[in-house]
Design a protein around this ligand. Structure first.
Ligand SMILES: [Zn+2]
Length: 163
């Protein structure tokens, strides 16, 4: 681990209530680990009987909608912005569900259950090959197995059934 400001190797220092925290002796500052933050969305319709999944360019499997949070943006705003960019539909409502750290991309994923407005979709073909409405059962069958998306989808379906 190296300091993001000066490049000096970091040492671990004990901080009350925090445990061991990387510290830069040169800057005399703690350097908490940095990672990106993104949202992922389980998208349902107003009737809550269908789930919208996306298939990215040159991918075979369906995944959830997702996008990185811009600096200064709230997660709630990212959900609506990303969904609008990818489908041209508005978000009726979004509810935060849970989060999970994704090691390969060094990103903390915040999952939301969101309701999309009904209407004609215009897909962002630069990013997506296809978006498709599935029944709840079909969505579970088609989501990438063993993925974080699958975990989020299962949690969201349990929530939908409670609504
Ligand atoms: Zn430093």
């Amino acid at each position: 681990m190296f300091c993001v400001e000066c490049g000096e190797p970091l040492t671990l220092m004990y901080v009350q209530g925090e445990g061991l925290v990387p510290y830069c002796k040169n800057c005399k500052e703690y350097r908490f680990p940095q990672f990106a933050t993104a949202v992922s969305m389980v998208v349902t319709n107003r009737a809550k009987d269908k789930i919208l999944l996306a298939r990215h360019k040159n991918q075979d499997e369906y995944i959830l909608f997702a996008g990185y949070i811009k600096k200064g943006e709230t997660a709630e705003k990212t959900v609506a912005r990303e969904f609008k960019e990818e489908t041209n539909l508005n978000t009726v409502k979004a509810k935060y569900m849970s989060s999970r750290y994704h090691e390969p991309r060094n990103v903390l994923m915040l999952n939301f259950l969101m309701i999309a407005e009904d209407g004609e979709m215009q897909i962002d073909t630069k990013e997506l090959d296809e978006v498709k409405w599935f029944t709840v059962e079909e969505a579970l069958e088609n989501i990438k197995k063993g993925s974080t998306a699958e975990t989020f989808l299962k949690n969201a379906i349990a929530e939908i059934k409670k609504l």
